[in-house]
Design a protein around this ligand. Structure first.
Ligand SMILES: Cc1cc2nc3c(=O)[nH]c(=O)nc-3n(C[C@H](O)[C@H](O)[C@H](O)COP(=O)(O)OP(=O)(O)OC[C@H]3O[C@@H](n4cnc5c(N)ncnc54)[C@H](O)[C@@H]3O)c2cc1C
Ligand code: SF4
Length: 836
């Protein structure tokens, strides 16, 4: 029996999804499928298009599995030029005529170029297809200034692309803020500051009236309504999209008021034989400009073509993007309800959470600069996860509340909205044998489009595997199929010096917030030099980035090193004077140091300079590094002391200062068994005995406190230090990311006996190697604060991103017990006052 013919116009993301959805449901046995595509290539990932300028190839971007179109008649580079509805035929530009029983229009949209005189000059481009990007790349070589017309999501991506091509990028936006469709004024201001700090020039509230040509006939100048102008060598238009409805319009199908092909809930046009899906369609009164709703429409039509009755029910327009390295996300409904706003202009973080009018649920929100809470918040906004009593904690900087576990997610919760994959589908895939993210992606398609849900998919996978008693993969993240320990060895053995080199040799993609700081820490442990040098700087997380501890109000605290807790009166006075001059709150820490709170990022270098001048240095209180070696006064002053615990503490602290590790490290030395320095609660601790020193290891444990275990007794000082060198380096090399010594020890097969054999008996034959690594660390140590204030390039990073003078209005202090403290919410101006 001959099959009826389905013609698909367009092989973009949605046209391809339709073919795929049909094939998955056995539809190729029921239909003969003929595809016409205007572009020369089969469907590719337009969402990831910009990665083309980041090194991705055409093959990396393809959406089509090998063999997927073997049974399909495809005409590429040959658009459909006309539809004869009465005859039921389409005719292509090359003259191919096909009779159809059903026709699906998936022609997408085209970039809108405003009717500005000169917009067609050579040197002007749009940003939609791989061909567009190839043309921009070809033209950009040797040019200096590139401008993007449009400061929306795509405009900012295009500006980044120009930056990657070596041009000085400018963004010209008609609206008074960037991303006017996605973020509000507060978010727009923070976004602008972040983007300007990256070297992109932003011009908002500017109307381009004309593009003028130079002597060579190419675009040379942009002229604006306010009489100003900008000299340019290349212009990219990114001023919105318009549905490609010309075919449908010409054959008399119903059109939306502002264009687009009107469809019903079955995605059927006014002609029952013709469907429209994706960005060319107007469904439920609007064009849905994201890929997820397009995919939903494709699935609806695939089911309809096979006799089903699926309907397109609208879609969640939540989006999370990384623009020039800045997270931007918006979700749910932000139009009604009460807002809770957190704005940290210093760090470029803006978060607005909208609560339903009855105050019980998260309705929606906007996140700029830090979107870590996005996946959880989206699930709450959809009602798939309970909202906690104190929703403000969800956007507080320290993320005060523990993240809500994936276990709390309802089975019906949509995890991947691009591909409409629920939690249950992922759990079923894991139960069916998928044991890594790749396998879950392959069988559910979750995470295969925009990739925003991959962290949640990973969490779910690990949760399900753990629940089933399966050992969870130790792969660091989807970019490296190695554990932290394996990466450490690879970096060390192959003397790899940069993240880029490691990625090129052993990774895939471009890295993420898991692998970047981990590799940065490994490189730092192996003495790869100054932590903020070149590419290293971009890998660090916030604390390391600013060499200070970010506190809940967006200011920083500064902790100078006080080895062994010993401080001269002059140094004490210097700390007091700095605190007084900069108006900082001071507190003695639990680790015998003085913490100075409330410094703005732009004040940090000046604070450090003063402390350095008084003979102090960075205490690394911000890093996953050695923090303190606490001490008592020992035999020098105490009548019970049997050894000089202070001198040893100072010696140990100076030896291991700055050592980067999988987690922060604390230590202590007590002068006798009375244990005033609490050495048995530390990652490594020493207690004096009549005969020498007892060494304890793997205590502390953080949230699950654990006592340290005795490793060796009555050691002389040289042996003690040799054992600590070996112990620390063995831990640094073999523990997982963010694994404390206590949990590393708990997993160590053979426990303390094995550790003794490695550290004391050298059964692995690596002792010399471990000691050499530690010696290299000791020899190459430098104070990061000092290195920073001596490096003008690094110093440039320490400025407030606020583009107006004066203090950040959201940082408010009140006085308590004679010092400052951050204002509580009720003591601050209302969110509305902050926003306006
Ligand atoms: C740079 C960029 C970044 C983006 N980022 C995101 C993002 O982060 N998240 C998100 O959800 N969305 C994003 N989008 C939007 C997303 O790409 C679109 O929603 C999606 O591609 C729409 O799919 P479509 O099939 O409707 O249109 P398209 O993918 O544009 O495909 C339409 C195809 O039809 C072809 N065609 C047109 N007319 C004819 C004809 N007469 N005959 C045959 N073929 C024809 C076109 O040449 C094109 O190949 C981004 C888009 C761009 C350009
Ligand atoms: S630990 Fe011993 S030596 Fe140190 S202060 Fe306490 S009692 Fe004195």
């Amino acid at each position: 029996m001959t099959r009826p013919t389905l013609v698909v116009a367009g092989n973009g993301m949605v046209g391809h999804k339709l073919v795929e959805a049909l094939a998955e449901r056995g539809g190729l046995d029921a239909w003969r499928v003929v595809v016409f595509g205007e572009e020369r290539r089969l469907a590719y990932d337009r969402v990831a298009l910009s990665s083309f300028f980041d090194g991705a190839t055409e093959d990396d971007l393809t959406l089509v599995a090998p063999g997927a179109y073997d049974e399909i008649e495809v005409h590429l580079g040959d658009p459909i030029a006309g539809i004869d509805r009465a005859a039921g035929t389409v005719t292509s530009a090359a003259g191919v005529q096909v009779a159809y029983d059903a026709l699906v229009l998936a022609t997408g949209s085209y970039p809108f170029v405003p009717p500005v005189p000169g917009s067609g000059l050579p040197g002007c481009f749009v940003y939609r297809t791989l061909d567009d990007l190839e043309a921009i790349r070809h033209d950009a070589s040797g040019r200096r200034v590139g401008a993007v017309v449009g400061g929306g999501l795509l405009g900012l991506e295009a500006a980044n692309a120009l930056r990657n091509l070596g041009l000085e990028p400018h963004v010209v936006e008609f609206a008074p803020r960037l991303m006017p469709m996605q973020v509000d004024d507060g978010g727009g201001a923070v976004l602008r500051a972040r983007i300007e700090a990256l070297g992109v020039h932003v011009h908002t509230g500017m109307q381009t009236t004309e593009l003028a040509a130079g002597d060579d006939g190419r675009v040379a100048q942009m002229r604006f309504a306010d009489g100003t102008s900008l000299d340019v060598d290349l212009v990219v238009f990114s001023a919105g999209i318009r549905p490609r409805d010309e075919l449908a319009r010409a054959c008399g199908l119903d059109m939306g008021e502002r264009g687009g092909i009107v469809v019903d809930s079955a995605c059927r046009t006014s002609d029952p034989r013709i469907f429209a899906v994706g960005e060319c369609a107007v469904a439920d009164g609007r064009v849905w400009g994201l890929v997820a709703p397009g995919y939903d429409m494709a699935r609806v039509v695939a089911r309809r073509l096979l006799g089903g009755d699926a309907e397109f029910a609208g879609a969640d327009m939540s989006t999370k993007l990384k623009l020039l390295g800045v997270d931007v996300a918006c979700f749910g409904d932000v139009s009604t309800g009460e807002s809770i706003t957190f704005s940290d202009a210093v760090n470029g973080v803006y978060k607005r959470l909208v609560i339903t009018p009855d105050g019980t649920r998260v309705a929606g929100g906007i996140l700029v600069g830090d979107a870590t809470a996005y996946t959880t918040l989206v699930q709450m906004a959809r009602g798939d996860m309970p909202t906690p009593d104190d929703p403000a904690a969800l956007i507080a900087p320290a993320a005060g509340a523990e993240p809500v576990g994936v276990g709390a997610l309802a089975g019906t919760a949509t995890v991947c909205s691009c591909n409409n994959v629920t939690k249950s589908a992922i759990c079923d895939a894991v139960a069916g044998g998928a044991t890594d993210v790749g396998a879950v992606k392959a069988c559910t398609k979750a995470g295969t489009s925009c990739g925003g849900c991959v962290p949640l998919v990973t969490q779910l996978l690990n949760h399900e595997l753990a629940a089933a008693g399966v050992e969870v993969t130790t792969h660091l993240c989807e970019h490296f199929a190695y554990s932290r320990q394996e990466l450490f060895d690879l970096i060390r053995v192959h003397r790899i010096g940069t993240f880029a080199e490691l990625l090129a040799r052993y990774g895939t993609g471009r890295g993420c917030e898991v692998c970047k700081p981990t590799v940065a820490s490994i490189l730092a442990s192996l003495g790869a030099g100054y932590i903020l040098a070149g590419e290293q700087a971009a890998l660090q997380d916030t604390n390391d980035h600013f060499l200070a501890n970010l506190q809940r109000d967006g200011t920083y605290s500064v902790v100078p090193r006080v080895p062994g807790g010993e401080l001269t009166p002059d140094q004490l006075i210097a700390i007091g004077q700095v605190a007084k001059d900069f108006g900082l709150y001071t507190k003695i820490t639990g680790g015998q140091r003085i913490d100075l709170f409330g410094a703005r990022v732009d004040q940090l270098p000046a604070v450090w300079a003063r402390l350095i001048a008084a003979g102090m240095e960075s205490g690394h209180a911000y890093g996953k590094a050695l923090r303190t070696v606490k001490s008592c006064v020992g035999e020098t002053w105490c009548r019970y002391g049997v050894q000089d615990s202070t001198s040893l503490a100072i010696q140990l602290e100076l030896r291991y200062r700055g050592l980067r590790a999988p987690h922060k490290l604390k230590s202590a030395v007590s002068g006798c068994a009375r244990e005033c320095a609490e050495a048995q609660g530390k990652d490594f601790g020493v207690i004096a005995t009549e005969k020498g020193w007892n060494l304890y290891v793997c205590g502390n444990g953080g949230m699950r406190p654990q006592h340290a275990v005795l490793l060796a007794e009555d050691l002389d000082t040289d042996t003690l230090i040799r054992y600590i060198d070996r112990f620390l380096m063995f831990y640094v090399r073999t523990a997982d990311r963010l694994e404390r010594t206590a949990s590393w020890f708990n997993k160590l097969e053979g426990g303390i006996e094995y550790l003794r054999r490695v550290v004391m008996d050298d059964v692995l034959g690596i002792a010399e190697d471990l000691e050499a690594d530690m010696q290299r660390h000791v020899d190459t140590y430098e104070c990061e604060w000092k290195a920073t204030i001596e490096d003008p390039e690094a110093l440039a990073r320490f400025r407030s991103f606020v583009n107006v003078d004066g203090p950040d209005p959201n940082v408010v202090f009140v006085r308590e017990r004679g010092q400052i403290r951050p204002a509580r919410q009720e003591e601050k101006p209302t969110p509305l006052e902050v926003l306006l």
